[in-house]
Design a protein around this ligand. Sequence first.
Ligand code: MSK
Length: 645
Amino acid sequence: MSDSRNCARDIDPATLQMKAVAKARGIETVWDRSDANTLCKFGAEGLCCKNCNLGPCRISVRAPRGMCGADADTIAARNLSRSVAAGTSAHSDHGRHLVHTLRMVAEGKTDSYRITDERKLMETARIYKIETDGRPALDIAQELADVLEAEFAYSAIPMKTLSQAPVKRQALWQKNGVQPHGVDHAVVELMHRTHMGVDHAFDHVEQASITASLADGWGGSMIATAVSDILFGTPRPLLSSVNLGVISADQVNIVVHGHEPTLSECVAAVCEDPRTIAYAKSKGAAGIRLSGICCTANEILMRRGVPVAGSFLQQELAIMTGAVEMMLVDVQCVMPSLASVAACFHTKVVATSKLAHTSGFETIEFDEEHAMEQARSLVTSAIDNFANRKKDSVTIPDARVEFVAGFSVRAIHEMLGGRFRSGLRPLNDAIIDGRIRGIAGVVGCNNPKKGLDGTIVPLVKGLIASDVLVLLTGCAAITCAKAGLLSPEAAAMAGPGLREVCEAVGMPPVLHLGSCVDNSRILSAACDVLAEGGLGDDISDLPAAGAAPEWMSEKAVAIGHYFVASGMLVLLGSPLHVTGGEKLNTLLTKDLETTFGGKFAWGSDTPTQVKIILDHIDKKREALGINTKRQRQLLDMKERRALDV
Ligand code: MSK
C-alpha cells in the first residue's frame, strides 16, 4: 500500500505506527483509498447535478447551464441544501431515538434505563412550560416525551425548542422567515424544494437550508443532549485516557463506535459487573477493557470516563491492533471497510442499529426493552472470542494520554463559580477585562485530506496562545486530548491572561463538551454567557467564533449553518462545495453576515485560520467597547455594584 500524500501532516505517533503495520501487512486503509481516489473537481465546487435524468449535468465554461437551464448557483445551492437535510436528519433521528427511550422509561416498558438526572428533567420540562410542582418524575417524563415528539412533526407554530435562543435572535429568525415548524417538516420541505423544477433561486434555497439547520441545532441536537443527560446523567469533570494505547494486551477488548449512547451505556454497565469480569477471567483474560471510537466514545466518556481508543480516522487502526475481540457499531461515521480489516483478525464487528446494516458485519437489532439482555449477550460473545486472539498478530502502540473531560454547561458554571454560587460571572469578567480575549468552538471530524490531527492541533494551540478559551466537541476533542491539550497543565501553553484564569480555577484552557450532537451545549453556553451580562444581547455580539478545520460529514454542513444562523463566524478548513457558484459563495462568506450576524470563512493553513478567528473576535470586542487590555483592579463591593454589567 502506498504512503498517503498527506502523511507529513499526520502528527499522531500511534497512527503513524499503525499505518506502518497496515503497509507491512498489505491491509488497505482510508489513507490508501484517499491516495487512490481522484478528487472530483465538479463535486468539490458543487457543479455536478444528478437530481434528474436529463443529465447528470456538469457545469463548465462550455456548458454554463444544466439541461433544464439551472445555473451554477442553483445547482450548488441545491446540492448544499441536500447535505444540510442529511446532516439535520442524522442528528435529529438520534434525538428522536432518545425521546423514544424516555417514553419507554416513563411508561415502565423497559427496566434497562431510568431517570438518572431528575434536576435536568425538571429544567427541561420548564423550558417547555410543563407543570412540575408536586408531580412524579415519570409523569413529567411522559409529558416531556409527548412534547418533544411533537417537535418533529409539523406544527402551525414554530418549534418550541427555539425559545432557548436569545429573544433578539428569535425575533431575527421570525423576521427572516427561517423559524422551523418541525424537524421532519423542515427536511421534507428542503428535499421538495430541491427536486427538479421547484426552487431555483439560490438564496431562497439557502434560506430553507438555514431553516432546516435551526431545526437541527436548536431542535434535534438540543433534544438529544437534554434527553441523554436526563437518562444517563449530566456530565461532570472526570479523568480518562485516550489513544490506541488504551487497548489492553491482556484483557478482553470491546470497542464501541458510532453516535448513539443507548446500547453503549448498557454495555458499559455490564462490563463493570463483577460477574462479567469473573467470566472474562475464567477465559484467561485479566479483565475487560471497554473503549470507544468517535462520538459513541464521547458519550460514555463524558458520563463514565470510559477511555477513548481514537477518533474517526483511527477506527480501522483499532482493529489492526489485533487485540479487539468485538467492535460494536451503531450509526454515523462507521466505515464499511471495517469488514475487510476485521477479516484479517479475529475481531467481530457487530452492527446494532436497525437503520444500519453493512455487508460483512454481524447484525443484531437493538431494542430498548431488552437492552440490558442484549448487552450481556454481546459482552459474553466478546469474552468467548478472546480465545481466538492470535498473540503474534497483536501490535498495540505505546500511546495513551490522560485528560479531563465532562464539561457540560452545568459543570462549567460550577467550575467557575463553585457548587453553591455557580455561574459564569468570572468568565464574563475575564472576557471583559481582556484576560480572556474570546471563545472559540472547535468541532468536527478528521479528514485524510488534511492529515490526521495536523490541522486541528496547531489551530487550537494558536488560539489558546492568543488567550482564546477553546470549547471542543466530537473528534476535534479526541484529537486535542491526544495532543495533551485537555489537561490543566496545558495552561502552560496558553497566553498569560487565559493561563491566569485556568490556573486560578484549575481548568484546562481547552474544554471537552461532548459528542457532535452536543454542539448544542456550545449554543447553550453562548446563551448563558449573554444572560450573565456585559457582553451584548445576542450571540452575534459575543467575541466568539466556531471552526471545523478537518470537517468531513454532512452533519458538519448542518452544524456550520446553524452556528452561522445563530450569529457566529464559522471557519472551515476547506470550503463547502459551493465555490463554483460565485453568487452563492458570496452569500455564504459575506452577505449572510448582514442578515444573521454570522457567516462562513474558508482557510486552510493555520496562520490564516488563527488570524481569521482573532480578527473576528477583536472586531466583536471593539463593538462591545472592551478591546483594550485593562489592568486587573481590585474592587470593593460598592464599586462592583456600580459596574454596569
Ligand atoms: S464522530 S461526524 S467524524 S466529529 Fe461525531 Fe467524529 Fe465528525 Fe463523525
